[in-house]
Design a protein around this ligand. Structure first.
Ligand SMILES: [Zn+2]
Length: 386
């Protein structure tokens, strides 16, 4: 029974603390051994330091494009979260499995691995590729090396299914993201002589106001894209740090903001306009002190996903999922990178829900694991034909 094996593997995977800050090599070594035990060779694609890796494997005929099942092995931290159950040991309770990564997204990886014996037995006519990454949670960083490798590969996958938690709904779109840090360098002086200084907090506030105005314009005037709960690009400032004491005009202020963009919008246009506005402010600041400056640095960036509603891949995955709708999600995945770099259809469909992801007492329902096992069994049956 595949489900018993899925649960056993999930238990093993949850036992590895693969918070993005840690190495995932122990987990990957276990996966490689497991695959080798079933006669499947796999390849590791390491990070620069050699302390983390992606894994790629093909089951079935390697000379044909197949279906790539993709997932990330890293998880978000549990630091500062009030867990009432162990985070790195699987707890079974009332039809739920608790632990960090159960929903996002070791549940999917466990079901995929549990299906490997079936994949091997099925004499696949179309291969299945396994693509497991690292450092997804810090901005889809790790998978880029795997994609570079795949670009050079003689045979590229024909379709990619990202198993992020969607309760096995078929998802064809999510927004892209660009995050940046703005650093304002002003000029300090005694607050009683404020006009002789350059107040970095005030200039940062003007930039925040500018960003907020941009956000409002998009809400009121678009561009819009159907299929989203919020059908326009959002812009938001998340952190601000500046000033040390009330009686000092602050010489430093920094902020982090992000844009979550729809496909119609290139976030670099916003960035260029922000830069132009910052140049104007900088000129104003330098009338008082030449050392003043505003720096803008992109911290993370990944493209959105927008697979056409008319792509044949949608009907194919819908049949596997037993659901004939297509929907969007409000979180990002590695899907946009795969789709952009490899020019293949990418869909997101996996067990569990992001309502539980990134939270304390994260869990996945047993029934979702069962459903994903059935999804994979149908995939294997389909790929064993034609
Ligand atoms: Zn995830």
């Amino acid at each position: 029974m595949a489900t018993a094996l899925s649960v056993e593997i999930l238990q093993t995977l949850i036992g590895f603390d693969t918070t993005s800050a840690n190495s995932n090599l122990e987990l990957m070594a276990w996966v490689r051994d497991y695959l080798a035990g079933h006669g499947v060779e796999s390849e590791l694609v390491y990070d620069e330091a050699g302390s983390k890796a992606n894994l790629y494997a093909t089951i079935g005929p390697a000379d044909r494009p197949g279906v790539m099942l993709s997932g990330h092995t890293d998880t978000v931290p549990v630091t500062g979260q009030a867990w009432t159950r162990p985070a790195h040991r699987l707890t079974v309770e009332d039809g739920r499995f608790y632990g960090r990564g159960t929903a996002d997204m070791k549940g999917f990886i466990a079901t995929v691995l549990a299906a490997v014996p079936q994949m091997q037995a099925a004499r696949l006519q179309t291969p299945i590729h396994l693509a497991f990454s690292y450092d997804e949670e810090i901005g889809c960083v790790g998978v880029r090396r795997l994609i570079d490798m795949l670009r050079e590969h003689p045979v590229k996958p024909a379709l990619c299914i990202i198993g992020e938690p969607t309760r096995l709904k078929v998802v064809n779109r999510h927004k892209g993201k660009l995050a940046a840090r703005v650093t304002v360098r002003g000029k300090e002086c005694h607050s009683g002589m404020a006009p002789f200084g350059v107040n970095a907090v005030n200039y940062a506030a003007r930039l925040i106001g500018w960003l907020e105005n941009e956000a409002r314009t998009r809400r009121d005037e678009g561009p819009y894209e159907d299929g989203y709960e919020i059908p326009y690009s959002t812009i938001h400032t998340g952190t601000v740090q500046g000033g040390t004491a009330l009686n000092i005009v602050p010489n430093h202020c920094s902020l982090l903001f992000e844009m979550r963009n729809i496909a119609a919008e290139d976030p670099h246009h916003l960035l260029a306009r922000l830069r132009a506005h910052a140049d104007d402010l900088e000129a104003e600041m330098r009338q008082i002190d030449n050392g003043c400056a505003i720096d803008i640095d992109v911290t993370t960036e990944y493209p959105g996903l927008s697979t056409s509603e008319h792509d044949d891949a949608i009907a194919f995955v819908q049949a596997l999922a037993g659901d004939h709708k297509v929907t969007s999600i409000n979180f990002g995945t590695e899907g946009g990178l795969f789709s952009q770099a490899l020019e293949i259809p990418v869909l997101v469909c996996g067990p569990g829900s992001m309502d539980q992801g990134h939270k304390p007492d994260e869990f996945i329902e047993f029934q979702q694991i069962e459903q994903c096992d059935a999804f994979l069994a149908r995939l294997i049956a389909r790929l064993a034909q034609d």
